[in-house]
Design a protein around this ligand. Structure first.
Ligand SMILES: Cc1cc2nc3c(=O)[nH]c(=O)nc-3n(C[C@H](O)[C@H](O)[C@H](O)COP(=O)(O)OP(=O)(O)OC[C@H]3O[C@@H](n4cnc5c(N)ncnc54)[C@H](O)[C@@H]3O)c2cc1C
Length: 394
């Protein structure tokens, strides 16, 4: 249902990821006509899991995509902390994690969340694949967006939802080096076509050692995945080695299901998400009629476990702000940005603290972490943890 008087308003959205599709859907509901341009030639899926909680779950609810996601919810699984050779150290039952997260939470593949948004948006907005933004010129009344297919689109608003390496950000705000803060960790995540070895059904086996984490999740055929992250001194040099060589050196000594997962990666390296872990830190997310949203604007990094949630919430709030300021894009963007900033600041700070959870600096940190996880299972502490998780994501 359209809100306000915006029927003549046009927006171009760069990027058909979670942020771009959620923005397109929400702006359409607010009465805007939307063109989405996506650089990739076609839709892709990806094998890593995202937790949808707090504001992200609420925004997904308002965007109407929860019913489509309900049967793709992977639920909460049992976590087994393992030693380097794959033998279990201890187990955290699924019920404990479920109780901590509460009922308004979901775990889905990132690709499934993107598909649900795509299905909801595809008939409402125009989506052009294989198309990127080449140049941007704006005046008081609008913005001209020249695309890689040679056409130029005139719009009232351009949304750069084109991810951590955003092209729109580069064109309008400046080079990536001015905004991307490398956290000096690499991450690789990929789907497993067969269930991982030595991991029981419905469980994840996680090894956490000094400077690294390896996790294998067995949720059955077609739903299993692997996740690796580790600290590096020179992220660019490590990235240049490619995922097979880099992970082989960093995790080749581990046992359990890891050797088989690495063999699977070597057979299909193109299925891996492999990048350095970064945050994007900017003093402004909008300039005139151009606004950045999602990882392009504020990437909180995977250590926050909240980037998809913020992309959905940011898109939802942008639609609301534009609806509250019909015909006044500048006022809407200023209000939207002021409302969102405190939350992003908090999430970025939490994520920077979170790096030591995934890559503890020393054996002493690993030991302290194990002790904490064991303690979480004690009934008295369990209540405190539940309250704290719900406060953080409420
Ligand atoms: C391993 C891992 C685990 C994570 N876990 C969680 C979690 O548990 N919970 C959570 O909330 N978040 C999680 N996140 C973060 C979350 O996945 C991201 O924050 C979110 O997907 C960002 O969405 P986005 O749409 O902003 O960017 P992207 O997903 O990067 O989408 C950008 C899109 O723009 C396209 N594009 C790029 N350049 C151009 C261009 N020049 N022109 C046009 N199109 C372009 C790209 O092809 C892509 O489709 C995790 C991330 C990782 C890597």
């Amino acid at each position: 249902m359209a809100e306000g008087l915006g029927h003549h308003n046009r927006a171009v959205v760069a990027g058909a990821g979670i942020a771009g599709l959620a923005t397109a859907l929400r702006l359409h509901r607010a009465g805007w006509q939307v063109l989405v341009v996506e650089r990739a030639p076609a839709r892709r899926s990806s094998g890593y899991l995202v937790n949808l909680l707090g504001q992200g779950y609420d925004a997904a609810d308002r965007l109407g995509v929860l019913p489509a996601l309900a049967d793709r919810d992977l639920g909460v699984f049992t976590s087994i902390l393992v030693r380097a050779d794959g033998r279990p150290k201890f187990t955290i039952p699924a019920a404990l994690a479920q109780a901590a997260l509460g009922p308004r939470a979901m775990t889905v593949f990132r690709g499934d969340l993107e598909s649900a948004l795509y299905e909801a948006a595809r008939d409402a907005v125009t989506i052009r694949f294989g198309t990127a933004v080449r140049s941007v010129a704006q005046d008081r009344d609008g913005v001209d967006v020249t695309l890689s297919d040679g056409t130029t689109e005139r719009a009232e608003l351009l949304v750069g939802a084109d991810g951590v390496h955003s092209g729109v950000r580069e064109l309008v705000f400046g080079p990536e080096a001015g905004f991307r803060v490398d956290l000096r960790h690499l991450v690789a995540a990929f789907p497993l076509d067969r269930v991982p070895q030595n991991v029981p059904d419905g469980a994840g086996a996680t090894f956490i050692g000094p400077r690294r984490t390896a996790a294998l999740i067995n949720l059955g055929p077609g739903r299993s995945s692997a996740f690796f992250t580790y600290r590096v001194d020179d992220p660019s040099a490590e990235l240049a080695r490619g995922p097979v060589a880099a992970l082989g050196s960093a995790f080749g000594d581990l046992g359990g299901g890891v050797p088989d997962a690495l063999r699977r990666l070597a057979a299909a390296p193109e299925t891996a998400y492999f990048d350095s872990v970064s945050q994007v830190v900017m003093d402004e997310w909008h300039r005139g009629r151009v606004v950045l949203l999602g990882d392009a604007a504020w990437c909180v990094s995977l250590f926050a476990g909240y980037g998809a949630a913020l992309a959905l919430a940011g898109a939802d709030q942008l639609g609301t702000a534009l609806g509250e300021h019909p015909g006044d894009v500048a006022a809407a963007l200023a209000q939207w940005e002021a409302q969102l900033r405190p939350e992003i600041r908090t999430r970025q700070a939490l994520a920077r603290k979170g790096t030591s959870q995934y890559a503890p600096p020393s054996r002493a940190h690993v030991w302290a972490r194990d002790l904490m996880i064991r303690a979480i299972q004690l009934p008295g502490i369990r209540g405190l943890v539940q309250r704290s998780v719900r406060r953080d994501h409420g």
